[in-house]
Structures are given as C-alpha cells and as structure tokens.
Design a binder for this molecule. Structure first.
Ligand SMILES: [Zn+2]
Length: 314
C-alpha cells in the first residue's frame, strides 16, 4: 500500500493568509529554515491506479497537480481518485469535496452524522448529487471494519476502521442539528489496513491520549501500527492565546499539544514499533523551524515531521 502525504499543515496552511506570526512572516520573507505546507491531506492506494483520499482538503486541486499519480492517466475525464474517507466535518477536512464536483463518480465514506451535516444542512453539497451515480455516500460506524470500494464496487483490498476520539462538532453546526447527532461520530481517527496486514494510523485530531478510548486502548492501537501519523497541531497548550492575545487552548480545540509532561512527545515516548510522524501542524508551531530547539527535540526523540509530498510504502 502506498501512502502519499499531499498536505501536512493544520487548517489555514503555512503560511496562513491572515497570520503575521514569527513563522509565517519568516516564510514570506524567504528567510525561514523550514518549508511551507498545504492543509493536511493523505492519499492511499493498493494498486497504484485507484486512489482513496483521507479527508478532502481545501488545497486539493493544487495537491493533485503536484502529485504525478493523481491527474488522469488515461481518458479525457477519468481521475484515478476513487473516493474519500471522512474523519470529521471540519472545513479543512471536507471543503475539498466541493472541488471534486465535476461529475466524476466517487464513493465517500462518512458517519451518518457527518453526512447529514454536509448534505442536509449545506445546500452547496447538492453539487455532488446532480446526476445519478455521481457521489455514493457509504455510511460506517466507529469500531467496525469496512472495505474501501471504488464507485463501481470493486474492492481495493484496503480495510478501514474508525476510532471515536472526540465529541465536538464544528462551530458551523447549528444547535438544533447538534442535538440530533451522535457525539461519538464527531471526530475520528482512522486505522487503515493494507492487504498484507500493515497498519497506518491517521490521527490528525487527538484531544487526549489516555482517556480517548477506555482502558488505554488508543495506546494499544498505536503500538500495533506500522506508521503513526499523529496530531502535531500545537507545540504548547496556550500557543494561540500567547500569539493572539486571546482564544482557546490546544486541548479546548481538540488537540493534545506536542510538548509538556502530558503532551504527545512524552506520552508516546515508549512506542517502539510505529514510525512516528507528526502531521496537521499549525503555522504557529515552533517545531516547523528547522533551526530551532523544538525541531531538534522532536527529531532527537525519534519523530519525523511530515512535509508535503512525502511518500510511505507499507
Ligand atoms: Zn502564522
């Protein structure tokens, strides 16, 4: 199974359009030791011909063009993209679906709650249902394993299972709708299994490590993974508050920070099996600066920091 990291930044990307933080300013000035990044996006394939997206980022159009495998390989209107699996309804995770509206058949896997938010409350998503067979919505429930099928029903050989990690829906969801939704379907981590039994854990939003699942089950999932793509949104819990002067903590936004005694760097230090890679990195995170002590600390702890264009085979 081939995994392509098309985008590695959190919502807003790096640099972010309205941000003048030290990182964003240095990137624009051309004197940053590190790389610009687009909003988080993964693509996976078993056969190299048919690709599935994990999420659908607002940067998807340029990400497709930057990836030789993803534009049409044969035919006039025939993208190799077969479908997408949604882990939440955040804008930086679903807006890209609207960029895929040009009548290409696609299969979109989502929980019922996320599908209802998108298709029943947001009328623009009707652009994905203009003709029969355009987008097929396939429902899944957290905890159950499902195969990734192309729009015609052909099995890719890849299996997927979602873990329920958070109960917060995006702020755009109305209170009335919120009351009708299953809290366990709000924010998911995805365990992707290759036909040869290799496991990719894609965890872009993890609010806590120990209590996210009962009995430390989340750590056991990570320990069984071959590659862990983990929430690297914020370095510290008060990062945004310090830079903006107000706002929410990282944990209040559903992201365990990288640093501190109960941050991910410390809590996941004992994980030996998986290749550990931070992804979904916010533009304010000091570990993006490859000349800084935070970057060095993360690398010395055995972690990698995802960059756009990375490829993994497992
Ligand atoms: Zn910034």
């Amino acid at each position: 199974m081939r995994v392509k990291i098309l985008g590695s930044a959190a919502g807003g990307g790096f640099p972010q359009w309205n941000c003048g933080c030290a990182n964003c300013s240095a990137v624009r000035a051309g004197n940053f030791q590190g790389k610009a990044r687009s909003q988080a996006q993964i693509a996976i394939s078993n056969d190299g011909h048919s690709w599935f997206l994990l999420g659908a980022s607002p940067d998807l159009r340029s990400q497709i063009e930057a990836t030789p495998e993803l534009p049409p390989q044969t035919g006039i209107r025939r993208s190799p993209i077969a479908g997408a699996v949604l882990a939440n309804a955040d804008l930086d995770h679903v807006l890209g679906l609207l960029l895929l509206r040009e009548l290409q058949p696609l299969r979109v896997y989502a929980t019922d709650s996320i599908r209802r938010i998108l298709t029943e409350d947001n009328s623009m998503f009707a652009m994905l249902q203009r003709v029969p067979g355009q987008v097929t919505w396939s429902a899944f429930e957290p905890g159950t394993t499902f195969p990734l099928l192309d729009p015609a029903g052909k099995d890719s050989g890849i299996r997927c299972r979602a873990l329920s990690l958070g109960t917060h829906y995006p702020a755009y969801v109305s209170p009335a709708r919120h009351d009708q939704l299953n809290p366990g379907e709000a924010s998911l981590g995805l365990i992707v299994e290759s036909p040869t039994g290799k496991h990719l854990a894609y965890m872009p939003a993890v609010p806590q490590i120990d209590d996210a699942l009962p009995d430390g089950a989340l750590l056991k999932e990570f320990a069984a993974a071959d590659v862990l793509l983990f929430d690297g949104t914020f370095w510290s819990d008060d990062e945004l508050i310090r830079i903006q002067g107000s706002g929410k903590t990282a944990r209040q936004m559903g992201h365990v920070p990288v640093s501190s005694a109960d941050g991910s760097l410390a809590r996941l230090a004992g994980l030996r099996r998986p290749r550990k890679i931070y992804i979904h990195i916010n533009n304010t995170n000091p570990m993006l600066n490859e000349a800084g002590p935070e970057y060095r600390q993360v690398r010395e702890a055995g972690w990698e920091i995802a960059e756009d264009g990375c490829q993994l085979d497992l």
